[in-house]
Design a protein around this ligand. Structure first.
Ligand code: GDG
Length: 465
């Protein structure tokens, strides 16, 4: 079996599985099986020569190798091009995207520096798996430096529609760079179709099965919907420690219906719209007053970026407004926690909540929706209210699917969830769990790596270019 090399902007811990998110755990598992190497940014910003050195550390057959970013790289590559340009654009938010040549150049340079640092660590038969929008051109850069290994890329966020993508001045460079990989993976069929649409219509390429041809090269493109470690999360949620958290929460809300939302504080997650839908619920259903309690956990993310500062202010104001308008002496309608909590607490809170509210405006997959379902007590499960614009909606049709832009529709779904009979809750939960078990995170990484193992780099002869 070839050694696996994972490249991602941030490198997860090799230890501390329950603290880390499911993705870090899944990748660490795949790396352990293949005695691999995980390479990326350390999370530190440092100017000067030490920052250029690779810091490597091995544990249980897996090596973690990282480099620091300089403050210019952090500004231009990470905060700039990745998070102020690609992130909003790929989430269909052209209105929030900043196009700055300096950002783009910084992005290319950081990708080059990553590739330079990784090249000496590579072996000829490595299988290299690159992750996410920070590293779109990484494969091309590595190939330019002579890499001949099999190279795969997985995009965790949506692929945008052609009309939006072409607003990016560098769209052609970036799509062309993806053709340096042997395999490119997307979250959903819809993302794959939008990618194919660009290749066929904008790049004048062609297609045979799942292989796309353009720019005189070819690549296999497929959808690989990511999952969670379903059984592990269900076990965590049923554990005594999580039960302790659940009991604390229940004591605080008495027998009110707990509604929960958990999201990085990001404008793609539809948080202001969600707060407004909750306000609409309280407006339309006065009988719900004192009967429901909405807890939103939203740890700050990318807090230096202006658009994130703005959304945080907006949420502070909305939370204050809703509580000011509806609170009673013995009832706080909305509790908003702007900090991260532990994974165990999270599991307990999900389990104690009758309704999980997951209403992003656009999301590659959304793992919170999956975690919420996995955490439920199968004998008395809660109800998931899920945005149709989350990648996970396709696999989770047994949830109550909503349009997050429609506050009345979301309020009605919450009301339906609140009164849903036990038999129906169980049926829906069973159907959702069946799918979550069938496509968990281990099968996601296995499927991708098996396809990459078999991907043939060369363009078959006689095929249109
Ligand atoms: C990107 C894509 C795609 C959140 N708050 C806390 C906390 N979390 C954990 C959740 C979940 C993870 O963070 C968030 O994952 P999501 O999938 O919901 O969203 P993104 O961070 O935007 O992830 C997304 C994903 O990549 C994987 O491909 O699904 O579409 O945008 O695991 O539980 N964890 C803890 N405390 C918190 O306060 N411990």
């Amino acid at each position: 079996m070839s050694r696996l090399v994972v490249v991602s902007n941030r490198v997860g811990p090799l230890r501390g599985a329950t603290k880390a998110g499911g993705l870090a755990v899944a990748l660490a598992d795949a790396l352990r099986t293949r005695r691999g190497l995980w390479f990326g940014w350390s999370g530190e910003v440092r100017d000067g020569p030490q920052g250029h050195e690779v810091q490597a550390q091995s544990l249980g057959g897996v090596t973690r190798a990282v480099i620091d970013l300089t403050s210019t790289e952090h500004d231009d590559y990470y905060n700039g091009f990745a998070n102020r340009c690609l992130w909003p654009l790929f989430h269909f938010r052209l209105d929030l995207a900043t196009f700055d040549r300096r950002y783009y150049e910084g992005y290319q340079r950081a990708n080059q520096r990553f590739a330079q640092a990784l090249t000496p660590l590579l072996r000829d038969d490595d299988l290299i798996w690159v992750h996410d929008y920070h590293l779109l051109p990484f494969g091309e850069t590595l190939r330019d430096m002579g890499a001949r290994q099999r190279l795969g890329f997985f995009l965790h966020i949506p692929w945008p529609v052609r009309e939006i993508l072409t607003a990016l001045p560098h769209h052609e460079h970036l799509v062309r760079a993806l053709f340096s990989y042997d395999l490119v993976g997307f979250q959903t069929e819809a993302d794959l179709l939008r990618f194919q649409d660009y290749v066929l219509r904008e790049a004048g390429g062609s297609q045979r099965g799942n292989r796309l041809y353009a720019y005189g090269r070819s690549v296999i493109a497929q959808a690989y919907p990511i999952g969670i470690d379903t059984d592990q999360f269900a076990t965590l949620a049923a554990s005594d420690e999580a039960g302790h958290e659940a009991a604390k929460l229940k004591a605080a809300i008495f027998d009110r219906t707990q509604i929960v939302g958990v999201d990085r504080l990001d404008y793609t997650k539809g948080l202001p719209e969600r707060f407004q839908a909750y306000e609409k619920l309280l407006e339309l259903y006065p009988e719900a007053h004192g009967q429901v309690s909405f807890l939103q956990i939203a740890p700050t993310s990318r807090g230096e970026v202006q658009e994130y500062i703005d959304i945080r202010h907006q949420l502070d104001a909305l939370a204050g407004h809703i509580n000011g308008r509806f609170a009673q002496l013995d009832w706080t309608p909305l509790r908003y926690i702007n900090r991260a909590i532990t994974r165990r607490q999270l599991a307990g809170i999900y389990r104690a909540s009758r309704i999980g509210l997951v209403t992003p405006l656009r999301d590659g997959m959304n793992l919170v929706a999956k975690e919420y379902v996995a955490a439920q007590d199968p004998d008395n499960p809660g109800v998931l209210v899920l945005s149709r614009f989350a990648g996970s909606a396709k696999q989770m049709a047994a949830a109550l699917i909503v349009n997050p832009y429609d506050p009345v529709g979301v309020a009605e779904a919450i009301e339906t969830a609140r009164h849903m009979p036990l038999a129906q809750r169980r049926d829906r939960h069973r159907a959702l769990m069946h799918e979550l078990r069938r496509s968990d995170v281990a099968s996601w990484s296995q499927n991708f790596l098996t396809a990459l193992d078999h991907a043939v780099a060369a363009v078959p002869p006689g095929v249109p270019a």
